[in-house]
Write a protein that binds this ligand. Structure first.
Ligand SMILES: *Cc1c(COP(=O)(O)O)cnc(C)c1O
Length: 355
């Protein structure tokens, strides 16, 4: 029995994998593979429509927002956001709360001025720095809603009078949240929503068309809206897997249910860490991520044997990120509570042996 704690690409619901596999051979009894269908067919338009409708429904977004499925990973958005929204002389505000936000603001510097308004590196990214001021003339404020590597999460978003942009790659659709506080949301699909290769972008339309820079067509959000996410061939298979996952989320009970499950899993794990003195969770309690939990063995020499035991017991992907070390347990929507229970039992067993 394997327990998949990979940080991304990561666990997906079994039923989604089965349906995706079937579609590759014979899509909807059409006798054709999904991979052989034209993207301008009714069949694909239906897939795209269902995916967009599911996003709007889950986010409770009104028609001021557009839902786009675009090529690339979230890293493409690090560039595409400032290319579309930041004029050369203007300033964008960024929260540097971890490795991804750090990369995002460095990309923005190619396009305009950047003000890093909070710098989490001063406490090794162990908390979300929430006391900061944003230049009132900034084009936007950018946050990373969940810091996949460091294990922190914004549990409520900063209130600001300027447009708020959120990289939600690793906690999209994991709980009810104030999506409508954001003016642009993006997420690479492969953590909580589907297969790699596609980005979800949800953008408030009145944000666009305000800068003077010419934008290459394929990078231009406005043009993608006009083309209905069909400017060129979209990543058909990745969009399909996202649609199946979104359908699954709705069928399981939507974000309320995802939030309930994710709270149960993460509190079990954090409580187990706290109850066993050989482990330490470094992240400030109020900022702990429900998706990615990071912890250390107080005696660093025990890390290797602990990880070896995990491997032996079929716990996949729990080694901490290379710059952080320690252990990282990713518990995305599709992860059953049972897997977290088994992992916690293993932590207890190891603590008894070594404590
Ligand atoms: C994984 C991740 C990224 C990078 O995504 P790619 O699809 O590999 O470009 C960016 N931001 C966050 C928060 C992530 O978790």
């Amino acid at each position: 029995m394997l327990h998949n704690f990979n940080s991304g690409p990561s666990i997906l619901p079994q039923v989604v994998l089965q349906q995706a596999a079937e579609a590759v051979i014979n899509y909807n009894n059409s006798g054709l593979s999904l991979l052989e269908l034209g993207h301008r067919t009714n069949a694909f338009q239906e897939i795209l429509n269902e995916a967009k409708d599911a996003v709007k429904k889950l986010m409770e977004m009104n028609d001021e927002y557009e839902v786009l499925f675009l090529h690339g990973g979230a890293t493409t958005q690090f560039m595409q956001v400032p290319m579309n929204l930041l004029d050369t002389q203007a300033t964008a505000a960024y929260c540097d709360n971890g490795i991804w936000g750090n990369k995002a603001y460095k990309e923005a510097k190619h396009f305009g001025q950047v003000a890093v308004v909070s710098d989490g590196s001063t406490d090794k990214y162990h908390s979300i720095h929430k006391n900061f001021t944003v230049p009132s003339d900034a084009a936007y404020l950018h946050i990373t809603s969940n810091n996949t590597v460091e294990g922190t999460q914004w549990h409520s978003y900063p209130t600001t009078s300027i447009p708020l942009i959120a990289d939600m790659s690793s906690d999209i659709f994991s709980r009810p949240t104030a999506f409508n506080q954001c003016d642009l949301i993006y997420a690479g699909a492969q953590k909580n929503m589907g297969a790699a290769g596609v980005n979800l972008v949800v953008v408030k339309k009145d944000l666009l068309g305000k800068i003077s820079r010419p934008i290459p067509t394929i990078m231009n959000y406005q043009k993608h809206i006009e083309a209905g996410s069909l400017m060129n061939t979209p990543p058909v298979f990745a969009v399909y897997v996202s649609m199946l996952t979104l359908r699954w989320i709705l069928q399981e009970g939507g974000l309320e249910e995802m939030g309930r499950r994710n709270a149960a899993k993460s509190s079990l794990l954090y409580n187990t860490i706290e109850s066993l003195p050989i482990y330490t969770a470094p992240v400030a309690k109020e900022d702990r991520s429900q998706m990615n939990a990071v912890f250390f063995l107080n005696d660093a020499a025990l890390e290797e044997p602990f990880l070896a035991l995990c491997k032996q017991e079929g716990m996949i992907g729990v080694k901490g990120y290379r710059t952080v070390g320690g252990v990282r347990v990713s518990m995305y929507n599709a992860m059953p509570l049972e897997s977290v229970k088994v992992f916690c039992e293993l932590m207890q067993f190891f603590a008894q042996q070594k404590g």
